[in-house]
Design a protein around this ligand. Structure first.
Ligand code: INI
Length: 184
């Protein structure tokens, strides 16, 4: 299938020109997702999960195309996401968790390891893995970001996963076209 690419006009030093634009759509139909959810601070994290499932559902993902995978805490997210990515089953993975500074003396450690590990798993596997982990000072901030004043970080992370899954499919199509051309 050929990548359908849009173009857009932008001002250059040399007048308006048309540029090719490559971005992922927000449609999830036909795509498979895993949502890795930690149990720690489950009061908050379950709200992130509801937000993520809402985003996937609204974007057209069918229930049987989404697997919810449970892990104990944020530190277990990277390895689990990496193993899931390596199965080749999923177009994108969403990681959800909640780390609250007040509750841990190793707050920085948990946050850093989770974020670094998830980025490494994504880069290593080539599968988009979005970071839906709240790293907050207190419970109020967590509640705000889990569906109250500041939206729902789980919804945002799922939306990012959908967009990135579609974007990477387009980039793969571009590289398939490029390698066909180079064989001619
Ligand atoms: N895990 C979290 O997801 N959030 C936290 O706030 C947290 N605190 O407070 O320590 C936390 N710790 C557990 C950690 O993620 C691991 O599950 C545990 O260390 C076992 O490996």
């Amino acid at each position: 299938m050929k990548a359908k690419l849009n173009s857009f006009m932008a001002e250059t030093g040399n007048g308006k020109k048309s540029f090719r634009e490559i971005q992922g759509e927000l449609t999830a139909s036909g795509l498979r997702f895993a949502v890795v959810t930690s149990r720690f601070n489950s009061f908050i994290t379950e709200r992130l999960l509801s937000g993520a499932l809402d985003a996937l559902n609204r974007s057209g993902a069918s229930a049987d195309a989404v697997d919810v995978v449970r892990v104990p805490g944020a530190l277990e997210l990277p390895l689990t996401a990496q193993k899931l990515a390596q199965t080749g089953v999923y177009d994108a993975i969403v990681c959800l968790g909640t780390v609250i500074r007040g509750e841990t003396t190793h707050f920085e450690h948990v946050c850093n390891e989770a974020s670094k590990g998830i980025a490494t798993a994504s880069l290593g596997s080539g599968v988009p893995i979005s970071f839906g982990v709240l790293t907050v000072e207190n419970l109020d901030q967590a509640v705000d970001r889990a569906g109250l004043k500041s939206g729902n970080k789980g919804f945002e992370a799922a939306t990012t996963a959908i967009e990135m899954a579609n974007l990477l499919k387009k980039i793969q199509q571009l590289s398939a076209v490029a390698s066909r051309k180079s064989r001619r």
